[in-house]
Each structure stands twice: as structure tokens, then as C-alpha cells.
Unconditional design. Structure first.
Length: 457
């Protein structure tokens, strides 16, 4: 049941003030850490520290993993070194690695020295992998059985060694050298005859990740095979860890947030919007705004080349915002759709010609739709006004044809730019909607006035 924030916070504060540690443990034991952590983070840091001192190591570690980064820092400053060491030793390896990775190097090294020799080696091994790699997020808490065991023996082993494991949804089968032979869902063990050999449950169909794989690749593999956990193997296929679905959910959220921020015409913030320093946020937003502003200055340059044409048919200037924004909107649509499809693995870069053909067809049809609407609007309006005189029909034809060309061009640019950036090794999300719109603005003006020059002047 979800925790009522105000009541829960009041009750916890009262228990802390009364130093009722047994009551506090009982209260926290009935709630999920993910629900409790945001509420506890609002407590005064002294009460939060008292809570962590009084609770069990297991509960403290579970709640700590869900605290915001700022709350973690405040808490650790109030705990003694042995208390911090006990907390870090109790954290799951993947959660501890993520936390240490957020710290300054000198502080992370200091906290590493506080770990037990065994946990320190685990932490150092995981931190040795590249940032944003599978190795940084994997956990060593898995259960592996042998193919020659019976189901009864395997389940006995799981009961004896599975208590502190990250997940028991999957049981891994390895040989004596630790080489992965298969992964089997635990339900198959539960439904099989106890005397059946583990090898009889194996089908050899399993997917693996390498520790150096990027997290984005892991996300695609999880989506493809619909697993709650995936094994991580080294070059010799030896099982060295697993990655679980809860970590993948965090990766998916981070990737989506980063792409959305880039699509909005900003660098990825890398921190929550409400906690990032104002100067840092302005710096990340200003760089793109300056680039886009300089790009938009080319619009004025393009217009200067058609100054004489504008003087001859000033009515053309009335439709500049209309035709230019239509091209930018079409380009932004195409860019967003292609970037998302690329992220989901719906096509490969080698399929660029198929994407181009689709956008050529879509851009042409969308352009015709807007072109017809623009043409009819001018023709109908001319029946009640003389603003488009002396040649309202020519103005309508110019705007209609220009819209077809600009929307077609915008769709093409919006779809191809992410693929070009991907091919060059850049993040496709950097071809953000404002960037595509700015690029189409400049080229759209040239198309618009070229059409006007051919039809009206």
C-alpha cells in the first residue's frame, strides 16, 4: 500500500524524538524502501542520521539506495566512519558503484579504502570498466548450478545461497570452470520432477552481454528477449555477473531524459532540473541558443538577396512566417520520429535509402495538404479583400507550390540529419528540433523566393 507522506513523516519523527527504535523498525518494515526514501529525505539531517544508526544494516542500505544524491551526501556527513563503512559494505555492488561514480575522485577513493577487502575488490573491479558500460552496472549476486545436479539439489542450493542475491527469477548453469551453459527460469525448477537432471531442463537458448558493451546496447537486448535479468560473460564465456531489469529501467529513463533535453535544443543536464546549479544550467542552454541564433542570422542574409523581389511584391512578406514555420514543423516531426525509431532499433543505418523514400513520399503528401489549404485560403480571402491585388491567383499559386517544396525539404532534412550524425559517430539526438527548424528556415526562404521569382516576377 502506498505510504501517506505527511502522516508517515510525522510518525517517524515522533518515534525518533522518543528514541523508540523498536517501534521505528516495525514502522519501516511494513513499507517499501522506494516509497519511504523520498519522505525520509525531507527529515532534518540529524533525524535522518539517527534513523540510519538505529535501523538494521539491511534496511538502511535498502533505503539509502533510493535516496536522492543530495540527501545521500548530507547523511554521510553526519555518520561516523565505521557507520559509513558498514552502510557501503551492505549496499548491492551495482548500487554502490553508481554512488561512487557520482563522487569526486578523491572522496570515492577515500570511501573505497573503508570497504572490507572483499567488497573493495568487487568495487574496484566494477569501477575499472568504462563509464556507461554494462560492467559498471552489473552485480555479482547471482545463483549458478551445475548441469549434473538434480532439480532437488539445485533447489536446495538456491535455498542455501539465494537469500542475499539480487534476483532469483533466473538460475544460471555453469560448468566447473564457470563457463555459462544456459539460463533457466526458476519456475521450470519448481514445476519439474525433483529427480530430473538440470541438464534435461537446458535448451541452450540464452543471450549474453559483454562487460564492455554500452548500456544502450544492453537496453536493446533486454527489449528484444524480454528478460528480467541477463548474464554478463567475459571473452571466454565465463559468467562474471548479471544485469537486472530494475537497472535497465533507470538506463531507459536516463536515455529518454537525455534525448528529450537534446531535442529541446539543450545539452543534457546530467542532473535533476530542480537541483542543478543555475549557472551550470544556463551554460548548457546558452551554447545551443547561441548556435541557433547565429544560424537564424543567416535568414536575414538570405532575405537580403531577394530584397528587390520583395520590393516588387511586398505581399510575399506576409507569408514568410507561414511557409517557414511549416517547413520547420515538418522537419522537427521527421527528426523526432527517426531519432526515436533509431533508438529503439527499428532500423539500421544501412536502411537510410528506405527512410529517405518514406520521407520523400510523406513530405510530398504533407506538402500537398498544406499547399492546398494555403492556396484555398488566399483564393477565398481574395473574394472579400484586395490585400493580394493585383494578382491574388499568382500569390496563391506561389504560396501553395512553395509549401509543397518547403515541407518536402523539411521532412527530408529532418530524417536524414540524425542518420548522418549517427554515421559520423555523434548522438543523433543532437539534431534537435530547434536545430532542424533553424536549418530549414534558411533553406526554406531560398525555396520560397525562388518559387516566387519563377511565378510572379
Amino acid at each position: 500500500m502506498p505510504v501517506q507522506a505527511s502522516n508517515f513523516k510525522t510518525e517517524v519523527s515522533t518515534l525518533l524524538l522518543n528514541k523508540d527504535i523498536p517501534g521505528l523498525k516495525a514502522k519501516l518494515a511494513t513499507s517499501l524502501p522506494a516509497d519511504v526514501a523520498p519522505i525520509l529525505a525531507e527529515l532534518p539531517v540529524e533525524q535522518l542520521a539517527a534513523l540510519f544508526r538505529g535501523c538494521s544494516k539491511e534496511l538502511s542500505a535498502a533505503v539509502f539506495a533510493y535516496l536522492e544524491h543530495g540527501a545521500k551526501h548530507k547523511l554521510l556527513k553526519t555518520l561516523t566512519q565505521p557507520q559509513v563503512a558498514a552502510l557501503l559494505n551492505e549496499l548491492p555492488p551495482d548500487d554502490r558503484t553508481a554512488f561512487l561514480n557520482e563522487l569526486p575522485l578523491d572522496l570515492a577513493m577515500q570511501m573505497l579504502s573503508w570497504l572490507s577487502p572483499e567488497e573493495r575488490k568487487v568495487a574496484q573491479d566494477l569501477l575499472a570498466y568504462p563509464e556507461h558500460s554494462v560492467g559498471r552496472m552489473m552485480t555479482l549476486d547471482f545463483v549458478a548450478v551445475r548441469p549434473g545436479w538434480t532439480v532437488r539439489e539445485a533447489l536446495t542450493y538456491v535455498r542455501e545461497h539465494g537469500y542475499d542475491r539480487e534476483t532469483l527469477n533466473m538460475v544460471y548453469v555453469t560448468d566447473e570452470a564457470g563457463v555459462l551453459l544456459d539460463d533457466i527460469r526458476v519456475r521450470r525448477f519448481l514445476l519439474a520432477d525433483p529427480e530430473t537432471k538440470v541438464s534435461a531442463l537446458m535448451d541452450g537458448n540464452f543471450a549474453t552481454l559483454a562487460p564492455a558493451d554500452e548500456q544502450e546496447k544492453a537496453l536493446l537486448v533486454f527489449r528484444k528477449y524480454d528478460r528480467v535479468a541477463l548474464p554478463v560473460t567475459d571473452a571466454g564465456q565465463k559468467l562474471i555477473g548479471i544485469v537486472t531489469a530494475d537497472d535497465m529501467l533507470d538506463v531507459a529513463s536516463e536515455e529518454a531524459t537525455e534525448d528529450i533535453q537534446k531535442l529541446g535544443g539543450s545539452e543534457a543536464l546530467d542532473e535533476p532540473y530542480t537541483t542543478i546549479a543555475l549557472t551550470k544550467m544556463v551554460k548548457k542552454r546558452a551554447s545551443w541558443l547561441v548556435v541557433l541564433f547565429l544560424g537564424e542570422m543567416l535568414t536575414a542574409t538570405a532575405m537580403s538577396y531577394f530584397e528587390d523581389e520583395l520590393a516588387k511584391a511586398i505581399v510575399l512578406s506576409l507569408f514568410i512566417p507561414l511557409v517557414i514555420s511549416s517547413g520547420g514543423n515538418a522537419g522537427s516531426q521527421a527528426a523526432t520520429l527517426v531519432i526515436r525509431a533509431l533508438a529503439l532499433g527499428e532500423f539500421k543505418l544501412r536502411d537510410w535509402w528506405r527512410i529517405m523514400r518514406r520521407e520523400l513520399a510523406a513530405g510530398l503528401m504533407l506538402g500537398l495538404i498544406l499547399g492546398v489549404i494555403g492556396f484555398l485560403r488566399i483564393v477565398i480571402w481574395a473574394q472579400f479583400s484586395h490585400i493580394y491585388d493585383p494578382s491574388p491567383l499568382l500569390v496563391a499559386i506561389t504560396v501553395g507550390v512553395a509549401l509543397v517544396g518547403i515541407v518536402l525539404w523539411g521532412s527530408l532534412m529532418g530524417s536524414m540529419l540524425p542518420l548522418i550524425l549517427k554515421r559520423l559517430g555523434f548522438d543523433p539526438a543532437t539534431s534537435s528540433a530547434p536545430f532542424v527548424a533553424t536549418l530549414v528556415d534558411v533553406t526554406g526562404l531560398i525555396i520560397y523566393f525562388s518559387v516566387a521569382l519563377a511565378i510572379m516576377l
